[in-house]
Every structure is written in structure tokens, then in C-alpha cells.
Write a protein that binds this ligand. Structure first.
Ligand code: NAD
Length: 494
């Protein structure tokens, strides 16, 4: 497929706007007739109007998912037959990767190569869970005297999913793949900033023959569509990825319905660097991490805790690299860092630089708004702040290319500093002493500890947050698949 073919396919898809939701295998507009606009963060230009769904539309989507669960045969299908369909789905997504990547790049402001990686990650995740579903034992005999007893793993039913805008397609894969492979049906609400790749995915699902109602996509604002979905009593499971503030609201309404809920929330991860690291190599990697998707990454290393003997040299190495980062339009060759997702997010990033300074942080690299010639997008420069970890910019999630620096004297102090956060998503430790690396890794309080690397995701390694970063066991592992089955005990007294 040439670049022109890809662009033509994207244009063709967008020409169908206002884009509709996907319910019960059909493209449907919101009952209210209302729409919202999704725009290109790199140019500020409108991409498409999209239907803005609310309560009545969500009711229809959950009813469609419920009906498909009960009547389409999806839930009862042997895992290998369902696996054939889901493998076809993964293959079709892979075939459409250039189109999906371009849509994702346009909609989320993501550098094209990174968007392409996200689409492939979806494919790999789907294949991982589909393969797993063939091998997980469904019936487990129990050796209990006096009884013929077993447990049986069953799918739950209709499951709801709400996603943020930073990794729309990758997170779709991480979350829906285990649910579908286990035989559940789904209703997905993408973020209002980034609905396009998920809608295109629904098209692909229809084309490969996933039964109607198994996959439903509802589009709209969080306060309407999101609130209606998360509080719907017809769901058997709810999964939310996004901010802790909204996550708390979702958990509350799910609690009222007694719907089991999984929350994947924000973070304020630390990177701990000891004085035996290769300074240039580590600087390169952490600069790569903080500029990756313009710092809009939940598990990013945003607090860099640096052993005093190397503090000055390390900061200089990072500063010079960050000054050279190529900021540009996300589809342009050579761009290393694209825009942030919208004007509000740019204000948020710039606002934290100001608030941080007002509370006494030193501005090591000033950051600020960036101009990209010919593009009226939402660009910011990378920034470095330094000072006390009590500072607002060291405590709260900024979600931009901003790292907060602080020196430490010894291992214990570094661990205390890492663990001073309310969040608990991911931290990393950097040292050539593997004993120390393992010791520190196990004492940092979070769902994930990485050694000599940051932002590490592998299918098969659980990825989850604790404390303010989430509850419910996380994603990407055998446990995630099992979580999308309910356990039924079957017993006969002998
Ligand atoms: P957000 O919480 O504002 O929105 C997330 C989703 O929730 C969107 O689809 C939105 O429409 C919906 N929503 C908003 N209000 C709602 C309501 N009242 N009821 C139900 N749904 C509602 O988050 P965001 O700004 O889109 O994303 C950024 C956040 O996501 C950051 O905190 C980031 O760390 C987090 N995140 C976490 C992970 C993870 O795996 N832990 C991954 C990516 C992003």
C-alpha cells in the first residue's frame, strides 16, 4: 500500500462524517442527533464530526452486547473456533496497519512511527490472548473427599470499556483482547479526542465476520456517554483507563451496581540513577522516555532521582539532548516529538511550569510553548525542573515532556523519595550493580519496577497500578485473561 493509497483510504473514511457509533453490527447516530468534533492536534484543524451519544444510545449498545452474549453463539463457541475469528481480526488489523496508524497519528498527534508501533502492539496482544485461550483449562476437577466437584470458567457477559486519548489503539488491544478471547461481549467508549481508530476498527470487525453485537463502539463525551456506560446496570464488568479523578467516579457508580471494576489510572513514576551508570547512555534513554509521545504516558519517569556524585554531569547530558529534540508535525519525517493532544493539555503543561516555579522549583530547562512553522498545533518544548519533592510539579501528574530532578545521598534516601508519591504505577532503577538493582526494584512501591530501562511492556508480564494508580489487577498477563472469566463451582455429593 503506497502512502497515497493510505491517505485515500483515510480520506474516504473521514468523508463519511458525521461518523456514527457501532451498535449491534449497525452504524447508528445518537438519538439526540448531536455531534462533537475531533481535530488534528498538530494543525488544530477539524478531522471529522462524530455522533455524541448519551443514555438512550448506551442502553441500546448494552442491550446489543447482552443479546449477542445470550444468542449469537459467541459465548458458547469453543475457544478454538472463537480463536479463528479473532486471529482473522488480528490479521485484518495488521493488514490495515498503515491506515489505522495514520488515523491514530492524525487524531492523537502521535508521531507516525509510534502510532504504527501501537497498531502492531494491538495485533501482538490479540494473538497472545487468543493463543492463551486455547490452552487455559476450562474445567478443573477438585479432589475433595465425598464429592464429585469441579470449577468451570465462564465468560461474564457484556463488559464495558472506557479509554483515554494517549494510547487509544494500544489500550484497546490490552483491554478487549482478553475479554473477547474469553467469550465476553463488549461496549467500548473511546476518548472524545481520539475516536477515529476505534471506529475504523469496528469496520474491520464487521468485515471479518465477528457476530453482530459482540463488539459495540459508543462515541461521546465523558460526562454523558462515559457516565452512562460506567453506571449501566446491564454490564457484568467495567474497565476504565484514565485519570484518578474520573476513575474514582467510575468506581463509585460501579460500586452501587456491584459491577466488578478494573481501574488503570495515572502515575508519577521515578527513575533512580546511581553513580555507576553510563551517564550518556542513561541520559539518552531517559530523554527518550520523557519525550516519547510528548510525555503523555501514564507510567513515564517524571521524577529523576540522581546520585549526588553524578548529578551535575547527568543534568548537563540531559539538557543538551533535550535542547536538540526535533519538535514537529507528527506525520513529518524526522519529527521526534509531536504536539500535545489539545489546547487544554498545553495549558496544563505550561501551568505546571509556572506553579512549580512559584513554589520554588529551579527551572533547569525552561520549556514553554513551541512554534512549528506552518502548523497551528499544540506544541510544547521539553522542560526540566529541580528542587524539593514537596513541590506541586513533583507531586502531581503533569502529562507532558517535563521531568523533575532531585539529588540523593544514599540508597535508603532514594527509596524513601520514590515512595513519597501517592501514585504507584511504575518506577525504574539504573545501576551496573545488579544486586543493588534487584534490591531497590523490590523496595519501590508500585505495580512495576524496571531495571536499566523505562516504559517496558511485554505480553506475559503483568502491568498494573496500585494506590492512586489503579485497582483490579492490571493487564497483559494470564491473570488478565482469567479475570475475564467467572468461576462456577459444580458439586455432587457422592
Ligand atoms: P480522563 O479521565 O479525563 O478521561 C478518560 C476517559 O474517561 C475518556 O474517555 C473520557 O471521556 C471518560 N470520562 C470522562 N468523564 C467521565 C465520567 N464522568 N464518567 C465516565 N467516563 C468519563 O483521562 P484522559 O485525560 O483522557 O487521560 C489521561 C489520564 O489517563 C492520565 O491520568 C493517565 O495517566 C491515564 N492513563 C493511565 C493508563 C494506565 O494504564 N494506567 C494508560 C493511559 C492513560
Amino acid at each position: 500500500m503506497t502512502d497515497q493509497d493510505t491517505q485515500n483510504a483515510v480520506d474516504q473514511f473521514l468523508s463519511e462524517a458525521p461518523l456514527k457509533g457501532f451498535i449491534g453490527g449497525k452504524w447508528v447516530p445518537a438519538e439526540s442527533g448531536e455531534t462533537f468534533t475531533t481535530s488534528d492536534p498538530g494543525s488544530g484543524q477539524k478531522l471529522a464530526d462524530v455522533t455524541a451519544m448519551a443514555d438512550a444510545d448506551i442502553d441500546k449498545a448494552v442491550a446489543a452486547a447482552d443479546s449477542a452474549f445470550k444468542h449469537s453463539g459467541w459465548a458458547e463457541m469453543p475457544a478454538n473456533e472463537r480463536g479463528v475469528l479473532l486471529h482473522r481480526l488480528a490479521d485484518a488489523v495488521e493488514k490495515h496497519r498503515p491506515i489505522l496508524a495514520r488515523l491514530e497519528s492524525l487524531d492523537a498527534g502521535k508521531v507516525l512511527s509510534q502510532a504504527t508501533g501501537d497498531i502492531q502492539n494491538f495485533v501482538d496482544t490479540m494473538r497472545y490472548f487468543v493463543e492463551m485461550s486455547q490452552h487455559i483449562q476450562r474445567r478443573t476437577p477438585l479432589a475433595v473427599a465425598g464429592y464429585d466437584a469441579r470449577t468451570v470458567r465462564m465468560p461474564w457477559g457484556p463488559c464495558g470499556f472506557i479509554f483515554p486519548w494517549n494510547f487509544p489503539f494500544l489500550l484497546l488491544g490490552w483491554n478487549i483482547a482478553p475479554a473477547l478471547a474469553a467469550g465476553n461481549t463488549i461496549v467500548v467508549k473511546p476518548a472524545e479526542d481520539t475516536p477515529l481508530s476505534t471506529l475504523y476498527f469496528a469496520k474491520i470487525a464487521k468485515d471479518v465476520g465477528i457476530p453482530d453485537g459482540v463488539i459495540n463502539v459508543v462515541t461521546g463525551y465523558g460526562k454523558t456517554a462515559g457516565a452512562a456506560l460506567s453506571s449501566h446496570p446491564g454490564l457484568q464488568r467495567m474497565s476504565f483507563t484514565g485519570s484518578p479523578e474520573v476513575g474514582r467516579m467510575v468506581a463509585e457508580v460501579c460500586g452501587r451496581n456491584l459491577t466488578p471494576v478494573k481501574l488503570e489510572l495515572g502515575g508519577k513514576g521515578a527513575a533512580v540513577l546511581f553513580d555507576d551508570v553510563d551517564i550518556e547512555d542513561t541520559a539518552e534513554k531517559l530523554v527518550g522516555a520523557i519525550t516519547f509521545h510528548t510525555g503523555q504516558v501514564c507510567c513515564d519517569a517524571t521524577r529523576w532521582l540522581i546520585h549526588k556524585p553524578i548529578y551535575d554531569r547527568f543534568v548537563d547530558a540531559c539538557k543538551s539532548r533535550l535542547e536538540q529534540v526535533q519538535i514537529g508535525y507528527q506525520l513529518e519525517n524526522g519529527t521526534q516529538m509531536g504536539p500535545v493532544v489539545n489546547a487544554k493539555q498545553r495549558e496544563r503543561v505550561l501551568g505546571y511550569l509556572e506553579k512549580g516555579q512559584n513554589e520554588g522549583a529551579e527551572l533547569v530547562l525552561p520549556g514553554g510553548a513551541a512554534e512549528v512553522s506552518g502548523r497551528d498545533g499544540y506544541y510544547v518544548k521539553p522542560a526540566l525542573l529541580a528542587g524539593s519533592l514537596d513541590n506541586v510539579a513533583a507531586r502531581e501528574e503533569i502529562f507532558g515532556p517535563v521531568a523533575y530532578l532531585a539529588p540523593f545521598d544514599d540508597e535508603q534516601q532514594a527509596i524513601n523519595m520514590v515512595n513519597s508519591s501517592d501514585y504507584g504505577l511504575a518506577n525504574s532503577v539504573w545501576t551496573s550493580d545488579l544486586d543493588r538493582a534487584n534490591r531497590v526494584a523490590e523496595r519501590m512501591i508500585a505495580g512495576n519496577s524496571w531495571i536499566n530501562a523505562h516504559n517496558v511492556f511485554a505480553q506475559g508480564v503483568p502491568y498494573a497500578g496500585i494506590n492512586k494508580s489503579g485497582i483490579g489487577g492490571g493487564v497483559l498477563s494470564v491473570e488478565t485473561y482469567l479475570d475475564y472469566t467467572r468461576s462456577l463451582s459444580v458439586v455432587r455429593p457422592l
